[in-house]
Design a protein around this ligand. Structure first.
Ligand SMILES: [Zn+2]
Length: 324
């Protein structure tokens, strides 16, 4: 069986294949355009959407070194073939599916969600012998409310702000979260202001057929009567006096998140799978072995072992602990 290892990114040593390494590599697979998954590689494979997003975020030079592989297309490597499946996380996000010449199958999820989002492709889940999966919310306490409930909460937050004569400000990561929030806000009558980084990425979304509501550039001096969507990093610059601020994050499922983020409210909309969805995902892949990474990786692997699956965290710390 393939033995993936964690080397600041995932490596399949038998095939010399890197997935989402942070350091520059001669050749790698990039699952999506979030910064912690993209290194300045000499050559990399990604979806056309991801390469377009990299162009906006990290410049032309890096985008030009990308080799576009559309979902479902096959790339023939030395000793393996590779296909990308939609991961449902953000526009262009992909799970990498590898089949070796010996007939072994392998799936690397990158970040993913199984809920159908408003601004990302719907996930498609293949079966595989070996599964490497992200487990950000890999504890049973992480159960997100239904999408409809979350939308209601977001609208109620905006309505209450308006009733108080204040500007509702939604903190959402520029890539992915912000676009889904804009889709939810589409039905509101207020004008929408977005930070520049969001506006630039919106153009890529539009280019790939995701229609978003009209927005205006964020202007802290003229926010009255608008809903503001901006990345969390802008919070320290925000004049708070006439605003109420909500963080849009899956961590909102934690009761204490509001205090941790220093905001008035947290709306638990996530681009990741919650705990029940992680379990259902594993059921769908039907793997013979599982490696977990990110978040509660060791906890989630232990839960899978209790179900009789061969499962370990990718960093192997849980395996070491059991041997001691
Ligand atoms: Zn991500």
């Amino acid at each position: 069986m393939l033995k993936p290892i964690d080397r600041g990114g995932l490596l399949l040593p038998d095939l010399g294949l890197w997935f989402d390494p942070r350091k520059r590599r001669p050749f790698a697979i990039v699952s999506h355009a979030h910064g912690d998954h993209v290194g300045r590689h000499e050559c990399y494979i990604a979806t056309p959407e991801t390469i377009a997003l990299i162009r906006v975020r990290m410049g032309d030079a890096l985008a030009q070194r990308g080799v576009a592989l559309a979902y479902g297309e096959v790339y023939e490597g030395k000793g393996y073939s590779l296909k990308l499946y939609p991961a449902g996380h953000v526009l262009g996000s992909a799970m990498a599916y590898v089949e070796t010449d010996g007939g072994e199958t392998f799936l690397y999820t990158g970040d993913f969600k199984t809920r159908k989002g408003l601004a990302a492709e719907a996930i498609e889940i293949p079966q595989a012998d070996t599964l490497v999966m992200e487990t950000t919310f890999g504890r049973p306490s992480y159960v997100f409310p239904s999408f409809d409930k979350t939308c209601e909460q977001l609208h109620a937050f905006c309505d209450e702000a308006e009733a108080m004569g204040k500007t509702p400000v939604l903190l959402a990561y520029s890539l992915g979260k912000a676009q889904e929030v804009l889709k939810i806000l589409e039905s509101r009558s207020q004008s929408i202001m977005v930070h520049r980084t969001i506006g630039e990425l919106n153009q890529v979304y539009a280019h790939f057929g995701v229609e978003l509501p009209k927005t205006r550039p964020l202007d802290f001096l003229n926010m009255e009567g608008s809903v503001v969507v901006m990345p969390p990093s802008m919070l320290k610059k925000l004049p708070r006096k006439d605003c109420v601020v909500a963080m849009v994050s899956g961590w909102g499922a934690d009761g204490s998140a509001r205090f941790r983020f220093g905001v008035d409210d947290v709306i638990p909309l996530s681009d990741h799978a919650d705990y029940p969805d992680l379990l259902k995902f594993v059921e769908a892949v039907k793997p013979k072995q599982v490696y977990t990474t990110h978040g509660y990786d060791a906890d989630f692997a232990a839960d899978l072992r209790r179900q009789g699956l061969e499962a370990w965290s990718l960093n192997g710390k849980d395996q070491l602990e059991l041997m001691l």
